[in-house]
Design a protein around this ligand. Structure first.
Ligand SMILES: *Cc1c(COP(=O)(O)O)cnc(C)c1O
Length: 427
């Protein structure tokens, strides 16, 4: 790799005016050491930094770029929209078109409302569930990430107590304790909690394929049990599809697993690389939102015409090109090349479609946060560092997943396989 002098210089200056020099903490490389390259441009499967280094990129902006970086159709749609105005603060046709598209793609979805991030989507969906049920408590699972709203930055209390405790400074205990935290993959714990307190629980929020703490594939039995107990107790089941949605299938995890939630949240892909989120469900629940109902929710830039255009262009290209079949082929190609290398060391590759995670621990791939071996971070660091120094960009954390896009090629997979072999040999 050539120099990182300009990146270094920019970061040094940025750290004076931006905390840690970054706009989102994981970008600072704290978990892997070293300095992040400062990116200048990107195209397809590649990113380029300000020092002229090129990277084969499996971060893909953490999930939105299912077509790859700077896809021409998305770029063109954004330019055409921008020429007509960047925001109106009034209804625009693209909102109606994207809402029709999303409700036709996602199982059981009748209405959606657009917001500007995944965090806003989950925050609003939980408020709606609380408003609809007139209950205060909700359940999240440890190991799932749903954005950074106060009541979602909560971790499990000690021992058998499921009341959440703040996972960040600045989150009041009184707010955290309304969040009940359960382990994934544990049907008895779920049933026991609902038997005791089901009548007080407004919602269960879950990533059906948890992809924010490794890739914790759940059993169909567990997902069915979550659907069963929530239905039995009048609790809203919220699928957080911010990563899964439009990636695992046209209808996200709900289609893949054949289970319909009451509410679903979206982000990332739905904005085609611009800041968008959405949440949706049945008309009966969604019409509880203002202006029709008592649950307040709003946004100055919500339904932004550029973002709507980028989202529509992304979904068009995915559907037109047989996107999900190709993503599965690429995923299978990656698995074929990478899994044997990891298995030779007793580790494993966890993959679903175009999402993959290298599980650097022995034994079966974990299904819950509790089953993750913290030693993976130490094993990942040298592999990550070798790869980025040799032009392959994986997520700067052992517990973040990798993403394939339609811009990746078989040659890219060969290159990754070759560089990974060298990284494993030198680590
Ligand atoms: C990224 C993510 C969020 C938060 O989305 P932001 O746009 O970063 O606020 C919520 N839920 C899941 C599952 C995510 O992966």
């Amino acid at each position: 790799m050539s120099s990182q002098a300009r990146s270094q210089d920019i970061l040094t200056r940025a750290r004076k005016v931006i905390p840690g020099g970054v706009s989102s903490p994981v970008r600072a490389f704290s978990a892997v050491g070293g300095n992040p390259p400062v990116l200048q441009r990107a195209a397809g499967s590649r990113t380029f930094d300000v020092d002229g280094n090129e990277y084969l990129d499996f971060v893909q902006s953490w999930g939105p770029l299912i077509l790859g970086h700077a896809h021409p159709a998305v770029y063109q749609a954004i330019c055409e929209a921008a020429a007509k105005g960047t925001t109106f603060g009034a209804p625009c046709e693209a909102e109606q078109l994207l809402a029709e598209r999303v409700t036709s793609m996602y199982p059981g979805l009748e209405q959606v409302r657009f917001v500007s991030s995944g965090t806003e989507a989950t925050m609003s969906a939980i408020r709606l569930a609380r408003g609809a049920t007139e209950r205060d408590y909700f359940v999240k699972f440890s190991g799932c990430y749903h954005g950074h709203a106060d009541h979602l930055l909560v971790s499990a209390g000690s021992g058998l107590v499921t009341f959440g405790k703040p996972a960040s400074a600045g989150v009041p205990a009184a707010i955290a304790e309304k969040t009940l935290v359960l382990p994934l993959d544990d049907i008895p714990a779920l049933e026991a909690l609902f038997q005791e307190r089901g009548h007080e629980i407004a919602a269960v929020i879950v990533e059906p394929l948890p992809a924010n703490n490794g890739l914790l594939q759940q059993t169909p039995e567990f997902l069915a049990a979550v659907r069963r107990v929530t239905s039995q107790h009048g609790t809203k089941l919220i699928y957080d599809e911010v990563i899964n949605g439009f990636r695992l299938a046209a209808g996200g995890a709900a289609e893949l697993y054949g289970i319909e939630p009451d509410l679903a949240t979206f982000g990332k892909i739905i904005g085609g690389g611009l800041p968008v989120g959405a949440f949706g469900g049945k008309r009966e629940d969604m019409e509880l939102l203002a202006p029709l109902g008592p649950v307040y929710q709003a946004g100055t830039l919500s339904g932004n015409p550029l973002a709507m255009a980028a989202g529509l262009a992304t979904l068009d290209a995915l559907e037109a090109g047989g996107g999900w079949t190709r993503l599965e082929e690429l995923g299978a190609g990656l698995e074929e090349r990478v899994a044997p290398q990891l298995e030779a060391r007793g580790w494993s590759l966890v993959r679903q479609g175009s999402i993959f995670w290298m599980s650097l621990q022995e034994g079966p791939a974990p299904r819950s946060a509790e089953a993750i071996d913290a030693g993976g971070a130490d094993r990942y660091r040298p592999i990550f560092t070798h790869l980025i120094q040799h032009g392959v960009s994986l997520a700067p954390s052992a517990y973040e997943v990798g993403f394939l896009s339609l811009a990746h090629t078989e040659d890219d997979l060969d290159l990754f396989s070759e560089r990974l072999a060298a990284a494993l040999a030198s680590a």
